[in-house]
Write a protein that binds this ligand. Sequence first.
Ligand SMILES: *Cc1c(COP(=O)(O)O)cnc(C)c1O
Length: 364
Amino acid sequence: MIPMVDLKEQYHSLKAEIDAALQEVLENTHFILGPNVRQFEEEAAAYLGAAHAVSCASGTDALHLALRAAGIGPGDEVILPAFTFIATAEAVSYTGATPVFVDIDPRTFNMDPQRVADAVTARTRALLPVHLFGQPADLPALQAIARRHDLVIIEDCAQSFGARRDGVMTGTAGLAGCHSFFPSKNLGAYGDGGMITTGSEAMAERLRQLRNHGSTRRYHHDFVGYNSRLDEIQAAILRIKLRRIDDYNEGRRRAAHQYTELLHDVVETPYEDPAGTHVFHQYTILTDRRDAIQEALAEAGIASAVYYPIPLHRQAVYREACRDVHLPVTESVCERCLSLPIYPELPPDTVEHIARVVRRAAGC
Ligand SMILES: *Cc1c(COP(=O)(O)O)cnc(C)c1O
């Protein structure tokens, strides 16, 4: 079976280093907010070119805490795409604000800035772009809209760790960048984890307090916070993997470019915006023969996945509130998208084998 993502090979290539780091944490027993968390935050901030990085328990929490720290709550509107993982919208809903879904650019799958501009109202407080599948959203256009209407930008970087737009890392363009270290993400831990990057000292301070029961001094609590911390074991693992993230992303790009070379004449292969560096969290094609291709792949023992089959405005949770929302590009992409296996270590002859099966099933 060829899986969507193979985490075993990476672990085995790092085994000696990771096992030693884990052993050290176990002996040290400083499990929460210890030295590895502090150093990982410093190293990740330096890598991303962010002034501050505050780790937390998951990417979902990173989004929630960032929105909370930005003061977003009931009565506010947040503009986001409907073609994303549910967590992007859930984080908005947790705060009591209203998620306002807009359509995407059919080439990049990211929020269409024109649709964003059309959706701004007097209640809009924030733009929440997602760098979907690892392709940076059109940040300059979103920044112009944010400036014009005095909005904050909170980036969902869960799929884009290490991706750049105009040479600048995603997660540093707005008030906050929200990262996920879910095991299958580009920078993956061995459990849940997340982080917020920000250029604002005040924001970082508030986030540190929010993630730790509203406290900066032990047993002094200034407001209702959360228990949302990255643990020391995950931080130790992430420090080791962070040193190799550029190689990992390069491996994904190599596999993606090979797929595109082999498939561009039979399906719609991913567009790469020349202003950005796509880090291919997913390799997602568009095709009218999705079912046939999936079936042929399954028969050949190759995994494939539909990210995402149902847009958020048509999910049971938001359907009623979004009765009048129509997003034709999003809806069409949901019916035609198909993601193929991709991970840094995916061998070229396996890409070739998968592409051969896709070509045959695409009717060529
Ligand atoms: C994975 C993901 C999240 C949530 O991250 P978790 O760490 O799983 O909570 C949020 N947004 C997007 C786009 C994601 O892919």
